[in-house]
Design a protein around this ligand. Structure first.
Ligand SMILES: C[S@@+](CC[C@H](N)C(=O)[O-])C[C@H]1O[C@@H](n2cnc3c(N)ncnc32)[C@H](O)[C@@H]1O
Length: 371
């Protein structure tokens, strides 16, 4: 795609301060004046981070693909040692490792490389490496961001066809691959959700689109009282029994296979959770689902929504750049702001809504509503 033609109606130009910052002469002047130099350098570095961001991601991808962080977890190693078992030469591994050092993933040791804090942190986040590994699909799409913005068909939408509904029943492999990725990354989401929203006194919690039960398992292990009810597509829930058995929760669990697009929702729960479900779907599907959830709850029943959200009138990189573009490339749903979701809850009939907020917008944001 090519850039759009400039609009014939020229918009009002920037104010004097921005015109100054955009002037090459002013930038040269700043570079020569000590206290301005610091600000100019900081802005310059931040800009260059944006320019180089894609390359940084690809360095991370290569490090993850070669499992270099795992190998350094066992202790520092030289470039020739790290090259062993890969298809790369030691001097190319050295280039990669120096890039990883510059990004805070590794550190230099006397004769090689060791693990740095950010590199170690990646190993501590379940599912993060798997997430990074599947990004090559998203990045191929985003090689032409204007095409994605223009609504072109994407590779990512074919990679995860499950969201189109019960059609996933025909493809258990896709369902398993996707569910593994989701349940691996569920640990942090459940931690943040359950810390922000107290479900200890719930009678029965119905988790719709609950995958293989990772969220309900975390809930059941944290609180002894609530009965747990899982609802998801047939090929997805088939993997759930083993998980519940492994966490000793079988006696507290009920599992219902179905599609919230085509089947009635189970009744009897006083709390319904939608964890990372709404952003996969169109506004029409979300409104139908919220109305069905409202109808399935008793008076005073609660709905909890937890998923990454945009910042609304205060956009932030996790929600408004990463998740908004990821959802756009998926082609089925969209990342929404807390305000938009609360309005949709209200329109579905919920009497009051609460924003429980987030400390990690790149993990999730939690809202609840009462019938
Ligand atoms: C992004 S995943 C989230 C899974 C889980 N809640 C989590 O956070 O790890 C979305 C889930 O919604 C389920 N889903 C999608 N369409 C559905 C439908 N029509 N009926 C029931 N579940 C559906 C998918 O199978 C998948 O497990």
């Amino acid at each position: 795609m090519t850039l759009a033609e400039p609009s014939p109606q020229a918009p009002r130009g920037p104010g004097w301060a921005l015109r100054l910052v955009a002037s090459r002469r002013f930038q040269s002047f700043c570079a020569a004046v000590p206290c301005l130099r610091r600000i100019a350098r900081r802005d310059g570095e931040a800009l260059f981070d944006l320019v180089g961001g894609f390359v940084h991601s690809q360095v991370l991808f290569a490090v993850v693909e070669l499992r270099l962080l795992h190998r350094l977890f066992d202790g520092p190693a030289t470039a020739p040692a790290l090259a062993r078992g890969t298809a790369l030469t030691a001097d190319r591994i050295e280039i990669l490792c120096n890039a990883a050092v510059s990004l805070g993933l590794m550190r230099r040791t006397r004769d090689g490389y060791g693990l740095a804090r950010k590199g170690a942190a990646i190993l501590g986040v379940p599912g993060l490496e798997a997430m990074i590994s599947h990004h090559h699909v998203l990045y191929r799409d985003l090689a032409d961001p204007l095409a994605v913005l223009g609504g072109a068909e994407t590779e990512l939408s074919k990679f995860w066809p499950y969201v189109f509904g019960a059609a996933a029943a025909q493809d258990p492999d896709t369902a398993r691959r996707y569910s593994d990725l989701m349940s691996d990354s569920q640990g942090l989401v459940a931690e943040e959700t359950l810390r922000r929203c107290d479900l200890s006194k719930a009678g029965t919690v119905l988790d719709i689109g609950g995958g293989t039960g990772a969220f309900l398992s975390a809930l059941g292990q944290r609180h002894g009282a609530p009965a747990l009810h899982l609802f998801d597509l047939p090929p997805v829930v088939s993997g759930a029994r083993d998980r519940f058995a492994a966490t000793g929760l079988t006696d507290r669990v009920q599992i219902t296979a179905g599609s919230f697009r085509d089947d009635p929702l189970p009744v009897g729960a006083d709390v319904i959770t939608l964890v990372r479900v709404l952003y996969d779907h169109s506004d029409t599907t979300v409104m139908d689902l919220l109305r069905a959830v409202h109808a399935a709850l008793p008076e005073g029943g609660r709905l909890v929504v937890s998923e990454p959200m945009t910042g609304g009138d205060r956009p932030h990189p996790a929600g408004d750049a990463y998740f908004a573009f990821y959802c756009m490339a998926m082609g089925t749903g969209r990342a929404r702001s807390p305000q938009v979701i609360r309005e949709m809850m209200g329109a579905a009939g919920f009497a009051s809504t609460v924003d429980h907020g987030t400390t990690r917008p790149f993990v999730t944001h939690v809202l609840s509503a009462e019938k």
